[in-house]
Design a protein around this ligand. Structure first.
Ligand SMILES: C[S@@+](CC[C@H](N)C(=O)[O-])C[C@H]1O[C@@H](n2cnc3c(N)ncnc32)[C@H](O)[C@@H]1O
Length: 220
């Protein structure tokens, strides 16, 4: 079994468990209004250590694409530091939260494209970021290749040491009486990058278990 197969199998297992317990969902429904509110973050805040790592790659003339960018937690503060920020995200609730955050902060150079990344058309920029998204992506090779094709200079993939969905494993067991099928994290992602012949450059903000290392892949 290849690393890519293992990755897809983990996403399939997590999705199958979710459907068995909650039923089928429309695309993006997982990130509903309540979840989207939790992803709102003040774009005018000072940058934390993780965002600082990403911001160091962004130049004033850049167009930044934030794939699965949600409510703009990353895109909006970075839009204040570059030419344009574009979130490509599948969730209507995240779009609503993104627009509210941008309006509240008076940010006019950022936009939201509601689309699945694999179906999104004609999006080009200098930097492509995907933060806390790869855990949910079954077709990880196509997803990353598309990031590479969209970014003129750099792809940045940010994942937590423990993927967000897996943080609830203990609660999950208590509620459902079974083990949660874990989402793939960096242990599964890095072998995929190697299989793709991508020599990544890893950078993390601290060693905390919930730190969020960024894997930077030069776009080709
Ligand atoms: C955990 S949230 C992370 C949001 C944001 N990147 C952040 O760090 O605050 C995951 C986001 O990825 C989006 N997403 C998941 N799969 C996607 C896909 N294939 N194409 C576009 N967006 C996707 C979801 O709609 C959701 O907003």
């Amino acid at each position: 079994m290849t690393a890519v197969d293992t990755y897809a199998a983990m996403v399939d297992a997590a999705n199958a468990q979710r459907v068995r317990l909650h039923g089928e969902e429309a695309p993006g429904a997982r990130w509903d209004h309540e979840v989207a509110q939790r992803f709102r973050s003040d774009p005018l805040r000072s940058l934390d250590a993780n965002l600082d790592v990403i911001a160091a790659y962004v130049e004033p003339q850049d167009v930044l694409i934030d794939v699965g960018g949600g409510a703009g937690r990353i895109c909006l503060p970075l839009a204040l530091r570059c030419r344009e920020g574009i979130v490509v995200d599948v969730s209507p609730a995240m779009e609503e939260a993104f627009r509210a955050c941008a309006a509240d902060a008076g940010i006019t150079n950022a936009r939201f494209v509601r689309a699945d990344w694999l179906a999104a058309e004609a999006i080009q920029g200098d930097i492509a970021v995907a933060a806390s998204v790869t855990y949910f992506v079954r077709d990880i090779v196509a997803f990353i290749r598309k990031l590479e094709a969209a970014a003129r200079r750099r792809v940045l993939i940010s994942v937590r040491s423990v993927p967000g969905p897996n943080l609830r494993a203990t609660l999950f067991r208590l509620v459902y009486g079974e083990e949660q099928r874990p989402a793939p994290g960096y242990r599964e992602l890095l072998p995929v990058l190697w299989e793709m012949d991508i020599l990544y450059y890893g950078q993390g903000a601290g060693d905390s278990p919930h730190g969020s290392p960024s894997f930077s892949t030069p776009s080709v």
